[in-house]
Design a protein around this ligand. Structure first.
Ligand code: HEM
Ligand code: HEM
Length: 183
């Protein structure tokens, strides 16, 4: 029962690759700001290029998504749940794009080089401005915690669909054919 359609293999590949990258970035970021040792530099060396890779993938994903609609949600799903799913997905897309952009802008305003790998640097997107740097640093932190909170709600909803409702919503994004989630 519960016939459903899945997101395309490309959409699912992007979803799970980016989920791993974004969760790693949240922990790398928290690790960075909670250390005073040399480890800060090791972590920030990973944080910058991984964040920019997320920005590029998020842009590709957003364009792809606008061209390929999501599979329909179950017909009997209450309106408020549809709205919550829709709004939280918009929030996740917005944060996947805003966070790396704010990170890049923050380093630019702080007059720090935006190093991707060795001599490969990105150009500054803002002029040096210490006040703006301070505001953007705070913004980067708030957006990161907002992303983490939205992700937790998303994970909770996904688990509810996978384990309790078993309505094919989880299977629509599951790697492979997601048979385990369908009764
Ligand atoms: C999805 C992408 C990103 C996520 C999830 C993310 C997440 C985080 C988190 C959780 C922190 C710690 C915040 C705190 O508690 O103060 C942080 C700090 C930082 N992020 Fe990101 N970040 C992303 C992208 C970027 C990018 C693209 C750059 C730069 C090119 C960047 C540069 C930094 C820097 C320099 C810090 C340390 C700020 C400080 O020393 O206070 N981030 N990030
Ligand atoms: C690791 C745990 C995760 C699980 C179990 C999970 C599960 C799912 C499932 C089942 C869907 C499809 C159902 C639906 O339309 O609501 C989905 C969609 C989505 N997920 Fe996740 N997800 C996870 C992590 C993430 C992360 C870390 C992000 C980004 C920060 C994310 C962003 C999205 C977005 C934007 C959609 C909507 C897809 C679209 O309509 O284009 N997910 N997720």
């Amino acid at each position: 029962m519960n016939a459903h359609k899945q997101f395309s293999p490309f959409a699912r590949l992007l979803h799970w690759t980016m989920a791993a990258m974004i969760l790693a970035m949240l922990f790398i970021g928290v690790g960075m700001v909670s250390t005073v040792s040399e480890r800060y530099h090791t972590l920030v060396t990973i944080h910058r290029p991984l964040g920019i890779a997320i920005l590029v993938l998020a842009a590709i994903r957003l364009i792809y998504r606008l061209m390929h609609p999501a599979p329909p949600l179950p017909a009997d799903m209450p309106g408020w749940q549809r709205l919550a799913a829709h709004l939280s997905h918009i929030a996740l897309y917005a944060l996947m794009i805003a966070l790396p952009l704010v990170g890049w802008a923050m380093l630019s305003a702080g007059a720090y080089p935006v190093v991707l790998y060795r001599a490969l640097h990105l150009p500054a997107i803002l002029p040096p401005d210490p006040m703006l740097y301070a505001v953007l640093r705070q913004t980067h932190r708030i957006l990161a915690y907002l992303l983490f909170a939205t992700f937790l709600a998303h994970l909770g909803a996904a688990m509810l669909h996978a384990l309790i409702y078993r309505d094919g919503v989880f299977a629509s994004m599951a790697p492979g054919r997601g048979k385990a989630a369908i009764e």
